[in-house]
Design a protein around this ligand. Structure first.
Ligand code: E4P
Length: 217
């Protein structure tokens, strides 16, 4: 399973990238706003840092402008994936940009039927939002499972990019189901390393090291 990092914060991306944990990056307008940076400048910096796909989202809602914005975003770097919303116009933009040879990430997916349409429009990635479904008391993981089944039934090559990941359990469940990619905030990726028994065990070892005066260097 590939790890994408869901942020526009350069330092956080660099830290994870140095550890080989970053197969790509996703951004969205809210993350660009949070960074306080210009979208083109910050996206270029991210693309220079990371070799995998970097999703940059269009701002328009009509297909023609989405396509024009997508083409401008594609000029930033070879590893740009144009992110379009899962609307009818977004699907039109997806088809045109994909036919041009671009990578397209169709975002804001909340149903299996939406995912089916994105695959038929040639999307490189479909982004189902797990956390936002959980927020309204639906099970986001059921959606990942359903999309996996439907894509496998028909051999669709669109990659399932599980998004809106909020917890370590979301990551493990996505891996079990067979999502192709997860995109998560840096804090969630780092928290995958944590376990209370690791902390407890290490505390015991450190106490014994101190008590026995064990030294290696
Ligand atoms: C994915 O591409 C989105 O940027 C992101 O995962 C949304 O997550 P949120 O629901 O926590 O904002």
């Amino acid at each position: 399973m590939k790890f994408f990092v869901d942020t526009a914060e350069i330092d956080a991306i660099a830290e994870l990238n140095d550890l080989g944990m970053v197969d790509g990056v996703t951004t969205n307008p809210s993350l660009i706003k949070k960074s306080g940076r210009d979208i083109i400048e910050v996206t270029k910096e991210i693309c220079d840092l990371v070799s995998g796909p970097v999703s940059a989202e269009v701002t328009a809602t009509d297909a023609a402008t989405m396509i024009a914005e997508g083409r401008k975003l594609l000029e930033i770097a070879d590893n740009i994936a144009v992110k379009v919303p899962l609307t009818w116009d977004g699907l039109k933009a997806c088809k045109t940009l994909t036919d041009d040879g671009a990578k397209v990430n169709v975002t804001l997916c909340f149903s299996t039927n939406q995912a089916l349409l994105a695959a038929k429009a040639g999307a490189t990635f479909i982004s189902p939002f797990i956390g936002r479904l959980d927020d309204i008391h639906l099970d986001g993981m059921d959606l990942i499972e359903d999309i996996r089944t439907v894509y496998d039934n028909y051999g669709f090559e669109t990659e399932i990019l599980a998004a809106s990941i909020r917890s370590v359990n979301h990551v493990a469940d996505c891996a079990r189901i067979g999502a192709d990619v997860i995109t998560a905030p840096p804090a969630v990726i780092k928290s995958l390393a944590g376990h209370p028994l690791t902390d407890k065990g290490l505390a015991t070892f450190l106490a014994d090291i101190a008590a026995a005066g064990i030294k290696i260097l």
